[in-house]
Design a protein around this ligand. Sequence first.
Ligand SMILES: [Zn+2]
Length: 90
Amino acid sequence: MTAPIRTCLGCRGRFAKYELVRLVWNNNEGAVVVDAKQVMPGRGCYVHPGCADQVSRRKLLGRALRRTVDGEQAAAVLAALAASATQSPA
Ligand SMILES: [Zn+2]
């Protein structure tokens, strides 16, 4: 049994999927959302909560999702993610 491996957008390290948070482009909302269950359709990417800050600073989300993401909206999602990292350290 091997857990699925995904690459973190922030540190480019490869980790078991459950260690990362999936972000996906939600067409209905026209926004980036957190896919807590990692099952939403659409193009997604994986990020450590602890790496969310640098993903935001380096504006990596739009490139990963192949979308023109709203910078402020993406930053808000990533900031929430970063905050959750400090609440529950891995
Ligand atoms: Zn990372």
